[in-house]
Ligand binder design. Structure first.
Ligand code: DX5
Ligand code: ZN
Length: 246
């Protein structure tokens, strides 16, 4: 399977000094930064949008190559994911990960807010994200069966293939929730079918739960409270990496 990628979620960072929190975390040895975007509509919480991403981008060096260190992994917990693709590309997002559950209600990308409601298939949305030069991810909530993704992942059209699948291991919306081990069969099934796919897990990951995720085959590990709540975040990052690599 692909290499271990540790992606601390800045949802648990101090938002009053977000730029420094981001650069410190990269200096602490992480690979990506996981940027949680919430609209108060798809999930019952709000964070921030593209203007904030624009302001934090210069604090972290842009990755030298796709999937490289400093990748901004934007987890879009928003309705109408197609509408914000171009804004996030301009802001410095490298990987735009939308929710499967939200994709079907996308509006046209260039329409002013709320004026049009064109539906987009996940495949079309992935093609659109790739056309803007970003990697594309597709996320599923705990209640969404993984089988919904087979048709999307078996597509011979390369431009429409996701670069990553995110299996949520908590209900999206808040940091600090408990890891849902019952989601692991989804990861196992994905890894069996797609040995080279980037599989991300998000929610409740820590040194206590990492082995379950790693054994199932996850290689991209999001951790918010476990990293930002730690006395020694660098140590936690290296322990998470070790657990995935061994
Ligand atoms: C939850 C977010 C997560 C969150 C994880 O909706 O998608 O990225 O920050 O936080 P922890 O690691 O604390 O569960
Ligand atoms: Zn997330």
């Amino acid at each position: 399977s692909p290499p271990a990628i540790i992606a601390p979620s800045i949802l648990s960072a101090d938002f009053a000094k977000l730029g420094k929190e981001c650069s410190d975390t990269v200096n602490n040895g992480c690979d990506w930064l996981h940027v949680d975007i919430m609209d108060g509509h798809f999930v019952p919480n709000m964070t921030f949008g593209a203007p904030v991403v624009t302001k934090i981008r210069p604090h972290v060096e842009r990755p030298a190559a796709a999937y490289g260190k400093g990748t901004f992994d934007c987890h879009m917990m928003i309705a109408e994911p197609k509408r914000w693709v171009k804004d996030f590309q301009k802001a410095g997002c490298d990987l735009y990960c939308f929710h499967y559950e939200a994709a079907l209600t996308s509006t046209a990308a260039d329409s002013p807010a709320g004026t049009s409601s064109e539906t987009t298939s996940p495949k079309e949305l992935i093609r659109f994200i790739h056309a803007q030069g970003m990697l594309a991810g597709i996320a599923i909530k705990p209640k969404t069966p993984v089988d919904m993704l087979w048709d999307i992942l078996d597509n011979p059209e390369k431009q429409e293939l996701p670069d990553m699948v995110l299996v949520m291991t908590v209900e999206p919306g808040f940091g600090g929730q408990s890891f849902m081990a019952e989601q692991m069969p989804k990861v196992t099934a994905l890894r069996e079918r797609y040995p080279d796919l980037h599989i991300e897990v998000d929610g409740g990951l820590s040194e206590k739960t990492i082995d379950q995720a790693a054994d199932a085959g996850a290689n991209v590990i999001v951790a918010g409270s476990a990293v930002f709540g730690a006395k020694d975040p660098a140590e936690v990052i290296s322990r998470l990496r070790e657990a995935v690599e061994t």
